[in-house]
Design a binder for this molecule. Structure first.
Ligand SMILES: *Cc1c(COP(=O)(O)O)cnc(C)c1O
Length: 237
């Protein structure tokens, strides 16, 4: 095994231990929280190695990049998630190819996903992305519009609303991050309590390499970790 593969295995082991500890702190068990290995810019050999270490979820940002790698990945029993911004004109390429689209940020996008799913005779699991930090540079539904947007989206029979996703502001100390994660957790609990059609809400996706433990302590059920597993990304390959 090369040094790099060894590091990936060790990283996954350590991160899973950290997740388990944080889950206990939040009064849950390690089985209540899942690790998504974020594989953007990572080659198929390293992704397959991560999968051989027991990773059950992968997350890709770009439709094209995922489709290029997909056939070479050992995805048996693995859930593939799209986590990057999705343009409506790429919907027909990705529906049916991933198990969940985490980055749904508009009624229009949800409608397109639903339409394509119904054409394929299936339903697509989605998360609603919330712009919890109200950042202009980020996509996502503003918190005050979340419930009415979810309500509209729940009318589409080709989707299943599974929960919420957020990318809080990168800067800030733990106290600030904690505030965003806790606000997400409140929205999650509220939306779970609503009786919407086409929904089965039990996923809260938040936390990345720098803050996944904090996110789990605040109630995340999915954390998305890239750098922490694979090291720094090289966008030029
Ligand atoms: C890249 C990315 C991540 C992972 O970020 P790291 O800091 O490398 O762990 C998580 N979520 C989304 C949406 C991303 O684009």
């Amino acid at each position: 095994m090369t040094e790099e593969f060894y590091k990936i295995s060790e990283n996954i082991k350590r991160i899973n231990e950290n997740i388990a500890r944080a889950a206990l702190k939040s009064g849950r068990s390690e089985n209540d929280v899942n690790l998504v290995a974020v594989t953007k810019t990572v080659d198929v050999e390293r992704i397959n190695h991560a999968l051989s270490c027991g990773v059950k979820y992968i997350g890709e940002n770009k439709v094209q990049e995922f489709l290029k790698k997909r056939d070479s990945l050992n995805l048996n029993g693995v859930s593939a998630h799209l986590i990057g911004h999705l343009q409506t004109n790429k919907v027909s390429k990705i529906v049916g190819q991933v198990d969940m689209i985490e980055s749904v940020d508009s009624v229009r996008l949800a409608q397109a996903i639903s339409k394509k799913s119904l054409e394929l005779g299936m339903k697509t699991d989605i998360l609603l992305q919330v712009n919890i930090g109200r950042e202009e540079s980020k996509s996502g539904i503003l918190p005050e519009f979340l419930f009415e947007t979810a309500d509209e989206i729940s009318r589409f029979d080709g989707i299943v609303i599974r929960g919420l996703m957020a990318i809080p502001p990168a800067q800030g100390d733990n106290a600030e991050k904690c505030k965003f994660f806790s606000n997400m957790s409140k929205l999650f609990i509220d939306i779970k309590g609503k009786k919407m059609d086409n929904s089965n809400v039990n996923v809260l996706s938040m936390g990345m390499s720098g803050d996944y433990e904090l996110a789990v302590e605040c109630g995340a059920t999915l954390v998305r970790v890239g750098t922490g597993i694979f090291g720094y990304r090289n966008y030029n390959i």
